[in-house]
Design a protein around this ligand. Structure first.
Ligand SMILES: [Zn+2]
Length: 97
């Protein structure tokens, strides 16, 4: 389940924000902490970028699970997905810089 299709993602001037920026802003985006203009930029990126849209969907899903199950044990499968997502993001950061 490697991230494929980096082509056309983050490298072009078609995006107002690149993937790193979109992911970085994701938490604020979901929290509604961004300005409307900023939200629109991120939303546009998510529309055009599968990997980032997946990340956004995953993050949103995660929040629902956490808020509805905070008193319960977090399922191992979810923990593994989170760990994998974080590791993948760290790899991306490393390969960028
Ligand atoms: Zn992206």
């Amino acid at each position: 389940m490697a991230h494929e299709g980096r082509d056309g993602c983050g490298g072009g001037s078609a995006f107002d924000v690149d993937c790193d920026e979109a992911v970085r802003q994701l938490y604020h985006f979901l929290d509604g902490e961004l300005t409307e203009e900023r939200r629109r930029e991120i939303a546009t990126h998510l529309d055009d970028c599968g990997p980032c849209a997946d990340a956004a969907g995953f993050e949103a899903e995660l929040r629902v699970v956490i808020s509805s199950r905070c008193k319960d044990r977090v399922p191992d499968s979810l923990i593994q997905r989170v760990a994998a997502a974080i590791a993948a993001e760290e790899d991306r950061q490393r390969s960028r810089s």
